[in-house]
Ligand binder design. Structure first.
Ligand SMILES: Nc1nc2c(ncn2[C@@H]2O[C@H](COP(=O)(O)OP(=O)(O)OP(=O)(O)O)[C@@H](O)[C@H]2O)c(=O)[nH]1
Ligand SMILES: [Mg+2]
Length: 354
């Protein structure tokens, strides 16, 4: 459940064929063989990157081919080599051979490179076959085919964004709106018993931003003492970068005061003891299609005072969902960049200290 997977097929470039040709020059009778070699086919290379966080880009695009080598030509011209292609995967990706199931490589560090399909060698042209006794060879070789392979990629996901709130406020509905996750949604509390993860992708490669959202069971007052489903599952969002706190503003919640709802949940987060209450947080006013206007404006005023960004959404009509999704992408991206530069500075400091 916490694993992102993709199946890919890759084909390295075929080698170019060798060429049969003879020199033909004015005044040079019976010129020698001059067929050039074929170029080598391009490799398919896999490279781990810190800029990628999920495998979602392969799901839309599972087949990759490197360029073939050009054929050799007369006048001893070798064919040009085919260009390599580089497929980027997130650090933490594990590569399996799809046919044998064998584990091929674990990309544990950034910028690890590995050839996952080798380009075919170019064939030799007839110039290579000439010997003192065999001066007009007509043989040449065809290029070798590039390797063709099927792989399975696996990545253990860590969630970037955690969805928190009371039961039944629409957390699972939201994740089903912004990702391919399809958790159970129903009109009773504690529908979700286990965390669900969804991958959200925005934009196109190479500028695509993707991130992982975790939908967790609802919290209620006293959860840290075991009431409801307790708070054990909150460890799944301990390492998230950002929380979305869903607060229901319809009357269906049966609770009179959204600000009080907010505070009860914050108190439970704090009681869990992992600093969840201090994480960056966006507030989503949920079920605005059936909002009680008074509740919505009360929550709005509260958020303004607390300097919390508020996003009114409806998982049913879709209102506000895109805006929230883009805001999440932006915040996640900012936080990741900050983390990268922070690591960079630590590295430099460490080096300077030595
Ligand atoms: N009118 C309206 N109903 C919604 C909205 N979002 C969710 N619902 C309904 O509210 C109910 C609960 O939704 P869920 O997504 O299961 O809520 P949850 O927060 O995941 O609930 P738990 O898993 O029990 O914590 C379902 O009947 C949904 O159809 C919304 O924006 N508007
Ligand atoms: Mg749910």
């Amino acid at each position: 459940m916490f694993i992102d997977e993709a199946n890919i097929r890759v084909k390295a470039g075929d080698g170019g064929n060798g060429c049969v040709a003879f020199r033909r020059e004015k005044f040079v009778p019976r010129g020698g063989p001059s067929g050039g070699d074929g170029g080598r086919g391009g490799d398919v290379i896999m490279e781990s990157s810190e800029r990628h966080n999920t495998l979602v880009h392969f799901r839309f695009n599972p087949e990759h081919k490197a360029e073939r080598g050009r054929h050799g030509e007369g006048s001893n011209r070798s064919g040009r080599e085919g260009a390599n292609i580089v497929l980027k995967v997130p650090v933490g990706t594990i590569l399996y051979d799809a046919d044998s199931g064998e584990r091929v490589h674990d990309f544990v560090r950034p910028d690890e490179r590995m050839v996952i399909a080798r380009g075919g060698r170019g064939g030799r042209g007839n110039a290579r076959f000439a010997t003192s006794t065999h001066q007009a060879p007509r043989e040449c070789e065809p290029g070798r085919p590039g390797e063709e392979r099927a792989y399975r990629l696996e990545l253990k996901l860590l969630a970037d964004v955690g969805l928190v709130g009371y039961p039944n406020v629409g957390k699972s509905t939201l994740i089903s709106r912004i990702s391919a996750a399809r958790p159970k949604i129903a009109d009773y509390p504690f529908t979700t018993l286990e965390p669900n993860l969804g991958v959200v992708a925005i934009g196109e490669e190479p500028e695509q931003i993707s991130f992982v959202v975790a939908d967790v069971p609802g919290l209620i007052a006293g959860a840290h003492q075991g009431t409801g489903l307790g708070t054990q599952f909150l460890r799944h969002i301990e390492r998230t970068r950002l929380l979305v706190h869903l607060v229901e503003v319809s009357d269906a919640s049966g609770r009179p005061d959204p600000v009080q709802d907010f505070e009860v949940i914050m108190n439970e987060l704090a009681s869990f003891g992992a600093g969840l209450e201090k994480k960056p947080m966006l507030v989503a006013a949920s079920k605005i299609d059936v909002a009680n206007k008074r509740k919505l404006s009360k929550l709005r005023q509260f958020c303004r005072r607390q300097k919390l960004a508020l996003y009114p959404i409806s998982g049913v009509t879709g209102e506000g969902i895109d805006k929230l999704k883009y805001a999440l992408a932006k915040r996640v991206d900012e936080i990741r960049k900050k983390e990268l530069t922070a690591e960079g500075t630590e590295d430099t400091e460490e080096r300077l200290a030595h």
